[in-house]
Design a protein. Structure first.
Lengths: 315, 368
């Protein structure tokens, strides 16, 4: 038996001229919590749909638990759980009816696998008579996860499960995924939220149908060479404009209340930068060195890709 | 089996919990059948007429009596001069004015002939024609009655007899037609919409990534509508019989069995449409244009197929409702048995098998 749960080899899929998934290869270990990180249109959903046998790739192949996604699709449909981007629930059925329905189409019962979903379902059990359409986003998400788990899948695919869900529910949700992992379920989850990347064992940063980087979140951050400065001033809008005009600026991007700034030089003189900003009439200037996070890495990788493409076009 | 059963249960929840679906399922058939029965009718009933009697003798009053007691006409008013005639029509209620000339009875005695003028409102040409024909019919029969006693030369009387529908009642025409139309509408349109809805809300994705077989998904979708459509046909037959006196001369079992066959056919068409349509909207449009219009126009329901151009006749031969209407009329009105409708039954069965085959082939086990 292979120690890999998901094996992807050179998968490509195009819609017309647009390459949604472009020659991707990846191995996901059994019991791993793997994150696909990327903005909308990066190709996450297409990749997940190929792995869940909903779409055929144009080229390349993939195996889930040693079953081929094309030829053994029936076997795969027995053993995977899938939660699509829009929580696919029947809004006119109650919480309980939804769960029972999904249990029965997998030839199982709620009672049989209650242990597995207890952790998730307990949050919404008090509302089990309520119609799914009347649940909040967070509760819908938990119900959808319960439905995807009810047949005790070996591999769980979650497509942007935390989109449109409040911060507290998001946190709870990741806690639940961590618990599921302990029950020997391989989980592949896609998300546009960079702050969730750190919660995965390994991640791929995805852009334009390609993986820019695949590694553990820590390694990805450690590979980041440049020093980042977090800069604040009274007028953020003016600050970002001024920094982008500044001749020594390598990059400047808004991060919440502050601006993450990278200098072109290796040895940066903070006073000099501060004076420059003062001359641009900024007050309450605050500059401090910070550690990079995944979003910094993502933006940096995007920047590299773009300049590579521009260079290619030039040549 | 358990999978299918719970799918059907879920489908029933969808139908029973959605008010709009329930209205379409049960409200529309009943309203439609009553509408067709009462409103769209070519029979005359209580047509308002006015009389200008310039003679006012015993014969004219007898004729007026005959006409008003026929049930087809009611006397709205007596007018006194020709000048009032346009006014009477303009008010809009009166559809016909009957004018008796001066000294009507005297002339009839002396010259053996007298004139009656019938003026009808022909803004609705067809009914004006009918109104005049009916009036003339009543007058002729009156003349025939009085001639019986008098000495008359040899004459030939044509006798008409309309068989199977002696009273020329329209219900005999519209109940089979409406039934075909309603079953087509409900079975085909509702199933195609129900499947398209799963695609639209995204649940189809989850159903596909499950061990459910396509046949289970399709059967699960179709079965509730099969049951409901059957109920609806029983309701239509009952209303036809109780309200409009539409008989069922042949075997009721055969009638219901043929109805089931037609429902199957309509459902398989609905499934076929749903394999093409991606949204509820397009499923509805496709059903309406591909099924409903041809059912109304080309099935012989309203326009006789024999009067159509040859090309359209061929096209009409492809319309399943045509055969169903023939079967219904045979069983209900003529009271014939299976021996007389086996050909049509076979055609319907063949079409059903074809549609199921094509949809099974077209059903997608993946997203496009």
């Amino acid at each position: 038996m292979s120690k890999h749960s998901i094996i992807i080899s050179n998968i490509s899929k195009s819609y017309g001229n647009i390459k949604a998934v472009d020659d991707i290869s990846l191995n996901v270990k059994k019991g791993e919590l793997f994150g696909l990180i990327g903005s909308d249109g990066a190709g996450k959903t297409t990749l997940l749909r190929i792995l869940t046998t909903l779409l055929l790739s144009d080229s390349g192949n993939a195996q889930i638990e040693n079953f081929d996604v094309k030829n053994n699709y029936k076997n795969i449909r027995q053993i995977v759980g899938y939660m699509p981007g829009r929580f696919s629930l029947y809004e006119d059925l109650s919480v309980e009816e939804n769960l029972n329905f999904f249990a029965s189409i997998f030839n199982t019962t709620v009672a049989q696998n209650y242990d597995l979903i207890k952790d998730v379902y307990s949050y919404i059990e008090p509302f089990k008579k309520r119609r799914a359409g009347q649940l909040s986003g967070g509760m819908k998400q938990k119900l959808a996860l319960s439905c995807a788990l009810i047949h005790k899948p070996k591999v769980l695919f979650l497509d942007e499960p935390t989109t449109g869900v409040d911060a507290v529910s998001r946190k709870e949700f990741w806690g639940m995924l961590k618990n599921l992992q302990k029950k020997d379920i391989t989980i592949m989850v896609s998300t546009p939220y960079m702050d969730e990347a750190g919660l995965c064992d390994r991640i791929s940063l995805m852009q334009n149908g390609k993986f820019m980087e695949t590694d553990t979140p820590e390694n990805i951050i450690n590979k980041f060479q440049k020093q980042i400065y977090s800069i604040k001033s009274k007028n953020k809008q003016k600050l970002i404009k001024d920094l982008r005009k500044y001749k020594q600026t390598y990059s400047a991007n808004i991060f919440g209340q502050a601006i993450h700034y990278i200098d072109k030089r290796n040895n940066i003189k903070i006073d000099e930068l501060k004076n420059h900003l003062k001359s641009e009439n900024h007050i309450d200037i605050e500059i401090k060195a910070v550690k990079p996070n995944i979003e910094d890495c993502f933006i940096e990788l995007m920047k590299k890709e773009q300049s590579a493409v521009t260079n290619q076009l030039k040549n | 089996m358990k999978q299918l059963f719970s799918f059907i249960k879920k489908e029933f929840y969808h139908i029973l919990r959605d008010k709009r679906t329930m209205i379409i399922l049960f409200g529309i058939p009943i309203i439609q059948i009553l509408l067709f029965g009462y409103v769209i009718t070519n029979e005359l009933k209580n047509v308002k007429i006015a009389v200008l009697d310039l003679s006012k003798d015993n014969i004219t009053s007898e004729i007026i009596n005959k006409i008003t007691s026929s049930g087809f006409f009611t006397l709205d008013k007596n007018i006194q001069s020709e000048k009032e005639i346009p006014q009477a029509f303009k008010q809009g209620k009166i559809r016909e004015v009957i004018v008796f000339e001066n000294d009507f009875a005297k002339k009839l005695q002396k010259e053996n002939s007298a004139d009656i003028q019938l003026i009808a409102d022909a803004s609705d040409a067809n009914s004006a024609n009918m109104i005049v024909n009916y009036t003339m019919g009543i007058i002729t029969s009156y003349i025939y009655d009085i001639n019986k006693t008098a000495h008359i030369p040899i004459r030939i009387n044509t006798q008409e007899r309309m068989i199977y529908n002696e009273e020329l009642r329209d219900v005999y025409m519209f109940i089979p037609g409406t039934m075909a139309m309603i079953l087509m509408l409900i079975s085909a349109m509702m199933t195609s919409i129900a499947v398209a809805r799963e695609k639209e809300i995204g649940t189809m994705e989850v159903l596909l990534v499950s061990p459910l077989k396509p046949i289970q998904i399709l059967l699960g979708k179709v079965t509730p509508y099969l049951v409901l459509s059957f109920f609806i046909s029983v309701i239509i037959i009952a209303i036809g019989n109780l309200v409009f006196k539409m008989p069922v001369l042949g075997s009721l079992t055969l009638l219901l069995a043929e109805t089931m066959l037609f429902i199957f056919l309509a459902l398989s068409l609905g499934i076929l449409i749903s394999t093409i349509a991606k949204t509820q909207q397009s499923a509805m449009m496709l059903s309406l244009f591909a099924l409903l219009l041809p059912t109304i126009l080309l099935s012989g329901f309203i326009f006789p197929i024999e009067n159509m151009p040859k090309a359209l006749q061929w096209f009409a031969a492809l319309m399943p409702p045509k055969y169903f209407i023939i079967i219904l009329k045979n069983i209900m009105i003529k009271g014939t048995g299976f021996a007389y409708v086996w050909k049509e039954t076979l055609i319907l069965a063949g079409m059903t098998v074809l549609f199921i085959g094509v949809s099974a082939k077209k059903f997608k086990i993946r997203l496009e």
